[in-house]
Design a protein around this ligand. Structure first.
Ligand SMILES: [Zn+2]
Ligand SMILES: [Zn+2]
Length: 790
């Protein structure tokens, strides 16, 4: 579960909240009386549609209850998770009664029931069971329970908003962390930050009232009548509900909402509730549609958990990489190139150190670094399949009246490189690594700090190997992963996604490949005690893959590395290697039309998800209609005496941009010494020691360390304080004693016991220890004795 990350985004956006009303930016601090309309807590009288909706509900509910009363009452058995069996009556016994029968505290803890272990069969606690079933009682701790809890909270938020604004509600889903409700205020009005408190007050009274959530099934006609005042609900009903069918509405207090449910039994369950932010949106996410208002909230079954969560959000906001990036002058963005970071000198230090580290790993692990073009003729993208399915995400340019596109990934270029000359089985595996600059045309609304950008570089590599080498290559990747993430202090978990229903290639190839992946994963598990899970049938149609999720120091989950096996690109690019020792007869360079076996699937290759950070649904992806170039025509069968290599797409960090953002938040801006853009600052205690301070700087500079001198006119205390705020790893204070003894007085950022002036360290010793600390990428205090007074 990783609800926290989203919450962070939510709260940080909340901090610098912009409520957009009709395209105009609201002035800062929503409470400013200037443009926020003065409103009573709630509309008096209440909006007219509330009463009409209730009358219709009551009438239909009576009819519905009569029907339920006619249902046959039969003995049913209810099997509990521990195997025990309880007796009940169909259309009478509810999960809530069973919970209460066990204990009242169990009932209070239970949010919703799940029947027959089926995640799609969640059941309201007071909804009668209809037949024999297995019954699970889910609490807030259960992920599905949590979603139901937040979903129910959204209804409460909706009720408060209707009562305060008389608005037309649209949708109110639970999200990764909390929920929102989207609505249209009368006359295109906007929600202001000054509305948050009153809404929380209304929610407080709704919770106190313990309004029951009542379920009612309605026909499409009745639904259209019930929501005739609300054009958004009308649209949803017409669009989503087939004619002649029934669906449900739920009522709590005056709110009646179109909803499949289920919910908590009553509003009293939502003990702690907070609004986190508001923003503007478009109905159904399309700019063509009406502009709407969204209110985001979070809720918990008790106040303690809310307090913990708020503390977590505060900590996360402090660590926000956009804030640290600004405070530490690492990078910035400019409207003249949205989504492309300007890496300032200190940020570039981190960027380069990360790349150097990865290059060291490449050296050790037999990767070869290559450089490939940034721009390719559209024919390359046609051959790789990107042109048909990824064109909208690429920047297309005209060159000599021909369409070219900036590369969104390196894979096709590496395929050209592999196919550049004949390959022998003895050359394999070939591991091409490429830090090439990539561009993806992300929607401007989706851009966010370094985590969603248009220009980035990856620690991208493609391994071309024989099928029998997959296992060894995977072993190598896990070892790489373990070393790199271990160094950075991440824990991680792996997910294997296997063959989907529609797949490309031979089933035997898939089986052998998946067996090797599993074997390698199992061995890694034994070796390290790590965790891996199986996502059966969830692989891409062109190959199985392993996803890596890391947990940072706040236990937030991030998707970073992916290892994707690919049986398709080698085919699209006619890649092959000579199996035996004898050279193979010269191959026919002209593609033979339609000679290649047709892929078993109708879909063509999706964008390379191995390299993808693209999430779906950000913008409409129209598929290119006209295909001037036929991939199939260009594909050839394997030459006799040759075999196809398997391609493995792999990245450890993913994009360096995004990875830097993750590291920034993981370390909270306190970079470890080897990665730090500010390693040492020398502070002379007075003017007389400026020259010595400068000499010390120059000595450490020669050791290729990032070292500064503070020659400002500030007091010593102030200089130390600002050096600490700037997160220098070491502060060297130099005065008379140090100068005469050719020493430095060391304060280490991460060890408070060295913050007082201690025993000076000889320069030679300081150099030696810091060089070792850096080269070992250590996280320890190299001067533990320095704190002790002489
Ligand atoms: Zn609902
Ligand atoms: Zn790739």
């Amino acid at each position: 579960m990783a609800p926290e990350k989203k919450a962070v985004d939510a709260v940080t956006e909340g901090v610098k909240k912009v409520a957009i009303a009709g395209g105009k930016k609201e002035k800062k601090k929503g409470g400013a009386a200037g443009d926020a309309p003065q409103r009573p807590l709630e509309l008096q009288p209440a909006p007219e549609f509330l009463q009409r909706r209730i009358e219709l509900f009551d009438r239909l509910k009576k009819k519905y209850d009569e029907e339920i009363a006619k249902k046959p009452r039969e003995r049913i058995t209810i099997t509990m998770p521990d195997g025990s069996i309880r007796e009940g009556t169909s259309w009478e016994t509810t999960p809530g009664e069973i919970a209460k029968g066990i204990s009242n505290s169990l009932y209070k803890r239970t949010v919703v029931a799940r029947l027959d272990g089926d995640p799609n069969k969640l059941w309201d606690l007071d909804r009668p069971l209809e037949a024999n079933c297995k019954l699970e009682l889910l609490s807030f701790e259960d992920e599905q329970g949590q979603m139901v809890f937040w979903h129910s909270s959204a209804h409460i938020l909706g009720e408060a908003c209707e009562r305060r604004f008389g608005c037309s509600l649209c949708i109110g889903p639970p999200i990764e962390s909390g929920f929102y409700y989207e609505m249209a205020l009368p006359d295109g009005g906007a929600v202001h930050e000054s509305d948050w408190k009153p809404i929380e007050t209304l929610v407080g009274s709704i919770v106190k009232e313990k309004q029951k959530f009542e379920r009612l099934e309605l026909s499409k006609e009745d639904l259209l009548e019930m929501f005739n005042y609300n054009k958004y609900k009308q649209h949803i009903i017409k669009d989503k509900i087939p004619d002649g069918t029934y669906t449900t509405v739920y009522r709590n207090g005056p709110l009646i909402d179109l909803c499949r449910g289920p919910h908590v039994p009553d509003t009293g369950r939502i003990e702690a509730f907070s609004i986190l932010k508001n923003s503007a949106s478009y109905f159904l996410g399309s700019q063509e549609n009406d502009s709407l208002q969204r209110l985001y909230g979070i809720s918990f079954p008790d106040k303690k958990r809310m307090a913990e969560h708020k503390k977590f959000l505060e900590e996360a906001a402090k660590r926000d990489h956009r804030k640290i990036g600004q405070d530490q002058e690492l990078f910035f963005f400019h409207p003249l190139s949205p989504g492309s970071a300007f890496w300032l000198p200190h940020g570039s230090r981190i960027y380069n150190t990360l790349q150097s580290y990865i290059r060291e790993q490449y050296w050790k692990r037999g990767y070869e670094e290559v450089h490939t073009p940034n721009m390719y003729n559209a024919d390359l993208w046609r051959q790789s399949g990107h042109w048909d399915y990824y064109q909208d995400d690429m920047f297309v340019v005209d060159v000599d009246k021909t369409k070219f596109a900036l590369k969104p990934m390196n894979c096709p270029g590496h395929c050209l490189m592999f196919g550049h000359r004949e390959r022998s089985h003895r050359e394999l595996p070939i591991r091409y690594a490429d830090f090439g600059v990539l561009h993806r045309n992300e929607a401007s609304g989706a851009l966010s700090g370094l985590t969603r950008v248009r220009r980035f570089q990856q620690d991208d590599a493609h391994i071309f190997c024989r099928e029998d080498q997959i296992k060894t290559e995977m072993d190598g990747l896990f070892d790489f992963l373990q070393e790199m993430y271990g160094l950075l202090g991440f824990t991680f978990k792996l997910n294997l996604s296997t063959r989907p229903e529609k797949y490309l290639g031979e089933i035997e190839t898939w089986n052998r490949a998946e067996a090797m992946l599993k074997e390698s994963l199992d061995e890694w598990k034994v070796r390290t005690g790590g965790v891996w899970e199986l996502n059966e049938g969830d692989g891409a149609f062109y190959g199985p893959k392993i996803d890596v999720k890391v947990f940072d120091s706040l236990r937030r989950e991030w998707q970073v590395a992916t290892f994707q096996l690919d049986f398709m690109n080698p085919q699209s690019f006619n890649l092959e290697y000579v199996v035996g020792e004898a050279p193979v007869a010269k191959k026919d360079q002209d593609p033979k039309p339609a000679a290649a076996p047709k892929p078993k699937v109708e879909e063509a290759p999706a964008a390379d998800k191995a390299d993808g950070e693209k999430t779906d649904g950000e913008k409409p992806q129209e598929k290119a209609k006209e295909v001037a170039y036929s991939r199939e025509k260009n594909m050839r069968p394997v030459t006799a005496g040759c075999a196809r290599p398997v391609m493995i797409h792999r990245a450890m960090a993913g994009s360096i941009e995004r990875f830097t953002a993750i590291l920034c938040e993981h370390f909270g801006g306190k970079w470890p010494f080897w990665l730090s853009p500010r390693q040492i600052i020398v502070i002379p205690v007075g003017k007389g020691f400026f020259d010595y301070a400068e000499e010390v700087r120059s000595i450490f500079h020669k050791q290729r360390m990032f070292v500064d001198v503070d020659t400002s006119g500030n007091t010593l205390q102030k200089k130390i304080r600002s050096a600490q705020l700037a997160q220098y790893n070491f502060i060297f204070v130099v005065g008379d004693e140090e100068m005469r003894g050719r020493q430095v007085n060391v304060r280490y950022r991460d060890d408070t016991s060295t913050q007082d002036r201690g025993k000076p360290v000889p320069l030679d010793e300081a150099i030696e220890k810091l060089v070792t600390l850096r080269d070992e990428k250590g996280m320890y205090n190299p001067f533990p004795a320095a704190a002790k007074k002489a």
